[in-house]
Design a binder for this molecule. Structure first.
Ligand code: SAM
Length: 228
């Protein structure tokens, strides 16, 4: 049984894909993808010995050593250019995901589908994607174990899509869909930002406080606009 979070990621892996799951930990995602999603083969990449050994054990126990190659190394250095048609990177901060992609730019042909699940820092990751000419093809938001997760699917298209700052902040698809989980996330963020603004109003005025107040006010206005 895969977590709802990883199952949402796997659902975006196309059938017949050659998958590279970077930061695979126990390799649950590639094992599930092979067993239930009809994908061809997979590579599980891990940079830490413990998780690397767990991945190897899991793959062996599932009888999938012919289909899943567990490789030791950082980020995209475990794959050859053009080897994977879909790359999943899940369960890390958006900053780490962006740096894995930046460090691995020479391994990307631009034909791969990227399925990314940042735990935090979604805005910065979307910004990285559009700065590198990716289009955001789809998104999901879900709740599991009292945490909210977002999944971002990106591909390079001949025609680049332009995004507003607001779309990068909320997610272009998520802000259009306005699912109950999305509404819940931004309602609670709104409450949090109102409190932040209250304490900034009581703080001693400085350039930093003024800047922060303006940022928080802009975000609160956006949230009002999107969720009402
Ligand atoms: N992807 C799995 C998931 O979503 O459940 C595991 C997430 S776990 C929190 C993050 C994993 O990424 C860890 O096993 C860690 O060792 C690995 N990791 C962190 N930085 C990495 C890098 N640069 N290259 C490969 N793996 C990395």
């Amino acid at each position: 049984q895969l977590s709802k979070r990883l199952e949402t990621v796997v659902n975006y892996v196309p059938e017949d894909a050659v998958l590279a799951d970077i930061g695979s930990d126990h390799a649950y995602l590639p094992c599930f993808a092979i067993l239930h999603r009809n994908i061809k083969t997979a590579i599980a990449g891990e940079v830490v010995k413990g998780p690397f050994e767990s991945a190897k054990r899991e793959v062996r126990q599932a009888g999938l050593t012919n289909q899943i190659d567990v490789r030791f190394g950082s980020g995209l250095e475990v794959i050859n250019k053009g080897e994977a048609t879909c790359i999943t990177i899940a369960g890390m901060g958006g900053q780490l995901i962006s740096s894995i992609l930046t460090d691995g730019l020479d391994k990307l042909t631009g034909k791969e589908r990227l399925v990314l699940q940042p735990n935090v820092g979604e805005y910065n990751l979307r910004k990285w994607l559009v700065d590198h000419q990716y289009s955001i093809m789809d998104e999901s938001i879900l709740r599991e174990d009292h945490k909210t997760y977002e999944v971002i699917v990106a591909e390079k298209r001949s025609q680049c899509t332009d995004y507003t700052e607001m779309e990068l902040f909320f997610g272009p698809h998520l802000m259009r869909d306005k699912s109950p989980v999305f509404m819940e996330k931004w309602n609670s963020e709104k409450k949090h930002l109102v409190q932040v603004l209250q304490s900034l109003n009581q703080a001693q005025v400085s350039d930093q406080v003024i800047e922060k107040k303006s940022e928080v006010t802009t975000q609160l206005n956006w949230i009002e606009e999107v969720i009402g």
